[in-house]
Design a protein around this ligand. Structure first.
Ligand SMILES: NC(=O)c1ccc[n+]([C@@H]2O[C@H](COP(=O)([O-])OP(=O)(O)OC[C@H]3O[C@@H](n4cnc5c(N)ncnc54)[C@H](O)[C@@H]3O)[C@@H](O)[C@H]2O)c1
Length: 300
């Protein structure tokens, strides 16, 4: 099949591109290299096409998003704290850019699988979180992902096939350190023989999902007969940040104790996905759990 991956030079996108290439698909990456890096695609760069395009540029997209089977839309600005300082830029890339893709899917009749986020939920007391929970994002980044879901409703009614995957916290190789999640940050500290820094008391619950499992969820959604769905993609398994830090210290065999700092504004207390819907619709299940991956990674 002929697929486009927007944000294909980023963390999720590059892992997805590798899966698609391995499965024999024809892949074109669209990325403006804002945070993405061409090196992330080194192992496949002879087998793909790369186009430096900004998803805000409708005309350029229009020239490229035709005669294709589908778009995996991963491109976005993704840093929660940054989104407070640049709400307009976040809206332009994450909402206007996403609508550009949806408009072209309507015009040129291709399916879209795109990256939504668990941040659409905001604070929730009932975990695991089901897709039917109310959506109350607590930062501009989460709001952009919710605005995208409103667009999904609009374009789905117009007959466009769109699947939105609400990713929970992703881990794996290739996350850019400056923008990385807690696991990459803890790993970076431990590799320097320094204790992980926990913001708050570490009781925050998270659901970590392996980037390669995310890639598989994308492909299964694209290949599925299901045309419209917003669905959680997480491990379904909760772990606290303190447990995470202690497990990492244990696997590293270093004598460290986590350092506690005051909690971050707007940090979510509980995040855990109910993944029944993804399993039922796409026959998808995560394969690698975070503890297993950490043990392998910290052993080396
Ligand atoms: N990493 C996570 O834990 C997580 C969780 C939930 C949702 N998501 C979503 O998954 C997607 C991928 O995230 P990621 O972690 O790989 O982030 P990333 O920053 O590694 O990748 C995003 C990619 O989009 C590109 N990009 C940014 N603005 C662009 C623009 N205007 N035009 C073209 N390309 C542009 C960047 O250069 C980068 O390659 C994003 O939509 C993000 O919101 C990620």
């Amino acid at each position: 099949m002929k697929y486009i991956v927007t944000g294909g030079a980023g963390f999720v996108g590059s892992n997805l591109v590798k899966l698609l290439v391995n499965q024999g698909h024809d892949v074109t990456v669209i990325d403006n290299l804002h945070t993405g890096k061409k090196e992330n695609l080194d192992s496949v760069n002879k087998k793909i096409q790369f186009k430096n395009i900004d998803i805000r540029d409708y005309e350029l997209l229009e020239k490229n998003l035709k005669n294709i089977n589908g778009v995996f839309h991963q491109a976005a600005l993704t840093v929660v704290q940054d989104s407070f300082n640049k709400p307009k830029e976040y809206h332009d890339v994450n909402v206007v850019g996403t609508e550009n893709i949806f408009k072209l899917a309507h015009k040129n009749n291709f399916k879209v699988v795109y990256a939504s986020s668990s941040s659409v939920y905001g604070h929730k007391n009932n975990i695991p979180i089901k897709e039917t929970e109310s959506r109350d994002p607590i930062n501009p980044y989460g709001q952009t992902k919710l605005d995208d879901e409103y667009l999904v409703k609009k374009y789905s009614k117009m007959g466009v096939k769109i699947i939105g995957l609400r990713y929970f916290n992703i881990f794996g190789k290739g996350q850019t350190l400056e923008y990385a999640g807690v696991i990459t940050k803890f790993l970076d500290r431990i590799k320097q023989n320094k204790a992980p820094i926990i913001f708050g008391d570490g009781s925050q619950i998270r659901d970590f999902i392996f980037v390669e499992d995310i890639a598989v969820a994308n492909l299964l959604s694209m290949e599925s007969k299901i045309e419209n769905l917003l669905v959680n993609i997480g491990s379904g398994k909760p772990i606290t940040i303190l447990e995470l830090a202690n497990i990492m210290i244990k696997f590293s065999k270093l004598k460290l104790k986590p350092i506690f700092k005051s909690s971050l504004d707007g940090d979510i207390q509980k995040s855990q996905a109910d993944i029944t819907l993804a399993n039922e619709n796409f026959n998808w299940k995560p394969k690698k759990m975070v503890t297993e991956w950490l043990e392998e990674t910290l052993k080396i």
